[in-house]
Design a protein around this ligand. Sequence first.
Ligand SMILES: C[S@@+](CC[C@H](N)C(=O)[O-])C[C@H]1O[C@@H](n2cnc3c(N)ncnc32)[C@H](O)[C@@H]1O
Length: 453
Amino acid sequence: MEQTLPTRAHRGDELTLTIDTLAHGGAGVARRDGYVVFVQGGIPGDTVRAVVGKAKRAYAEARAVEIITPSPDRIEPLADHPGAPWQVIPYAKQLEIKQEQVDDSLRRIGKLDGYTLEPIIPAVQEWRYRNKLEYSFGTDDSGQLICGFHTPGHWEDIVEVTDCMLASEAGNKAREEVVAWCRAQGLGAYDRRTSEGFLRNLVVREGRRTGEIQVRLVTSPGKLDSDSLIQATPSANGLLWTRLESLGETTMGGQTALLSGAEQLEEELGGLRVSISAEAFFQTNTEMAEQLYALAIEYAELKGYERLFDLYCGIGTIGLLMAPRAAELWGLEIVEDAIADAIKNARANEIDNTNFFAGDVRLVLRELVEKAGRPDVLVVDPPRAGLSQKVVRRVIEAAPKRIVYVSCNPTTLAPNAAQLVEAGYELTKVRPVDMFPQTPHVECVAQLERRSG
Ligand SMILES: C[S@@+](CC[C@H](N)C(=O)[O-])C[C@H]1O[C@@H](n2cnc3c(N)ncnc32)[C@H](O)[C@@H]1O
């Protein structure tokens, strides 16, 4: 049933669509008579045949199943990889789009202007840049165990990966060792439809500078022969096993046991030596994290007398790189293991003007200001959802002279920045950094200054 785009689409409709632009998040956008269809797998200039998934009154979501006429910009994909949807767009064009999307968010969503938009910092490596991959186990049509990524549009199915082009060769080797062992042991995958089965996920993390590899196998409750797993995975400097009871697709929580080697991964970053716990956040592109942090340092404009807050500090990396340029550092983060790492990292690097606390920014920022005093410079690096309105209010109450906002989502940075501008701050400059080539993810750093008077 092929048809041109009706005023409203319905689930299951097959449509022929021409893509005009790319939405935030990466889907292609096709429009007719004010009705918008977001098309996964389509880029501007493509005419595609697409199948509608979710359909609402004002818009629908669809998946391209055939490229009828390719965009003149389209290039050959390098790898069948669900984690690299923008690989069909030349890299220079990807950078251009990301730069525009940051500007568009700030202007359209935040209604902001008057800031300097500095040029995007391109990635050092266009491929094999990730230091952490979370794979999922599944079963192929012949019943064989496979390991890879969720199939776009068919979340319960897994696409096998044999050479993940976003991971290094060493990271790929570690994955293959574990998968070969699982097959030899006859272990079966967790079935996401029935919530039954053993093998769920495999998390491979790499110290890009140290060459260390951390492997964490995530399963349902059950037994495994840990001695033979240790023998079978010589690549792993640390081997961990997490048993999860929950039904959801997560690698967090559960019970984690160290089977062999080191519990933490060791890495070097911007001259710091850091330890990273299995559940602690660490920027997934080490080389670009250095550039992101260098930009945050530049935007902080520290003179040496400042009381500095690092909110959502993870294992402390941003604050620890800034602390030698400030009088004192106060870091806040919700994951206790990450704070334990931050304290250890401060000691290991002999940085002694630091104070790290575990807590929810939303609940304890006021208390932190009472204890530490008002910050001169405040750095925030929240998850994709950005800052809640309440957190922005607490930041305004804390009244730092300067705010450095490290954002992994310009569509949440924009309303947060607008709220800060409304309260008397000026958005002075913004610079995107490409941490994730071949994907629509955009990172940027923004500087906000408190207007005097
Ligand atoms: C984008 S990461 C940034 C981490 C760190 N700044 C870095 O560069 O490695 C966001 C961090 O916020 C933490 N987090 C999430 N919600 C939080 C909350 N409500 N209060 C404090 N920390 C939170 C996460 O655990 C994570 O470590």
